[in-house]
Design a protein around this ligand. Structure first.
Ligand code: ZN
Ligand code: ZN
Length: 401
């Protein structure tokens, strides 16, 4: 018996060491841009007093790319896109996830070009549309996460406010009309079309007038149009397009912004300024409308509770939307009123999810509000000063080993 005891002691030391190294860690890192100052602020919700700030060229909108390893800070009015390594890597290992945490840092030199706007992350690529350049830049996300900025240009026949994405075996791009326009007027967007990498057409135009608001869920891409919502699925050179018309009983309005669920095949879109629409690309009814009591300021989907979405309305109320019932199931006042009258880019709150919490910027109050997704009650605030505006949250939980 005696010789077993030292062995057991060594084993328990080993186990204790392993337990320490295998510590579970949760990090939600917020990247928030100021409305007026050309600045990004980064902080962890668990230690909000430790902050990193990064100067950029203008008002930025942060997009999380490469599974949250990278954020693109798109400065549409200042023709710049800066890339930030978020420092947070969550990697799925099947039975568990690994998390690694380091300081955030800017990656390389920013991209510059005429009016960068929509950014799409799909099929391992991030694609930035340059609305006044008539091209999009495509970046491999693994390379981006490794700190390499090596964009490949995709040419469009007419510059427009659109998007480009790899999709299955092809590249989809919005297409704008060749008809001449007056002065600075935007050319009419006609729809979506498949192209080869060199920009030559690989399929017919799928009509979708004024196409806007692309999102992905499951096997589908969806975008809003004047006629309805266009869905795209399938692989290979010629995907399958289907127009879901707005139901006759809906009020006269269109969808221009969509969010795609990551956990079930469903989209949540706007329908006019004071409505939302739950979109099922497969099963009828394809569209169910939710009337809002006031106009929408911002909305978000809950990746942890896929049946839930949240919408902030201009009276300062936050509502939980049940996507299965297509109705508002809870509401709470979270800030003062922010009228939707005025410019679309006026400083108003934005929402992002961080696990079981909602992080809302409150530009007038100069802070972030951290709100329980379950109770819709405020848990804490993070005073930032300035006018905190657009934001994204990266991170999650994993083992640090
Ligand atoms: Zn692991
Ligand atoms: Zn847009």
């Amino acid at each position: 018996m005696q010789h077993i005891l030292p062995g057991a002691t060594a084993l328990s030391i080993l186990l204790a060491g392993a337990a320490w190294a295998d510590e579970a860690q949760t990090v939600y890192r917020v990247i928030v841009a100021d409305h007026a100052a050309p600045r990004l602020t980064v902080l962890d919700l668990s230690a909000p007093d430790t902050r990193w700030t990064f100067d950029v060229a203008g008002q930025a909108k942060p997009y999380a790319l490469a599974g949250g390893r990278v954020v693109a800070a798109v400065q549409s009015n200042d023709d710049h896109v800066h890339f930030l390594s978020t420092g947070v890597t969550v990697q799925d290992h099947g039975d568990h996830a690994d998390i690694a945490v380091a300081d955030p840092a800017l990656i390389g030199a920013p991209l510059t070009g005429p009016r960068p706007f929509h950014v799409v992350s799909h099929d391992g690529h991030s694609v930035i549309n340059f609305d006044k350049g008539g091209y999009a830049l495509m970046l491999k996300e693994d390379a981006l996460a490794a700190g390499q900025i090596a964009p490949v240009e995709f040419r469009q026949s007419r510059a427009h406010h659109g998007f480009v994405t790899p999709f299955g075996g092809t590249i989809l791009s919005t297409v704008a009309s060749d008809a001449p326009v007056e002065g600075d007027a935007a050319s009419t967007r006609l729809g979506l079309q498949a192209f080869a990498a060199d920009g030559s057409a690989a399929g017919d135009l799928a009509p979708c007038t004024a196409i806007h608001g692309e999102a992905f869920s499951g096997a589908y891409l969806a975008a809003g149009c004047k006629e309805g919502v266009l869905t795209v699925t399938g692989s290979g050179a010629e995907p399958t397009y289907r127009m879901l018309p707005y139901p006759a009983e809906f009020p006269e309005a269109t969808t221009g912004t969509l969010l795609g669920s990551t956990a079930m095949q469903v989209f949540l879109g706007n329908h006019g300024p004071d409505g939302l629409v739950v979109i099922d690309p497969v099963e009828a009814p394809h569209m169910r409308r939710i009337a809002l009591p006031f106009r929408r300021v911002d909305f978000a989907l809950d990746p942890a509770q896929p049946a839930h979405g949240y919408v902030l309305t201009e009276d300062g109320s936050l509502h939980r939307v049940d996507l299965l019932k297509a109705e508002i199931v809870a509401s709470a006042r979270v800030t003062e009123a922010y009228s939707m009258d005025g410019d679309w880019n006026d400083p108003r709150p934005r929402l992002a999810m961080a696990g079981d919490r909602i992080v809302m910027s409150d530009p007038r109050a100069g802070l972030l509000r951290v709100i329980s997704a379950e109770t819709l009650q405020e848990l804490s605030t993070v005073a930032l000063g300035g006018q905190p505006y657009t934001l994204t949250v990266v991170g999650g939980s994993g083992l640090n080993h």
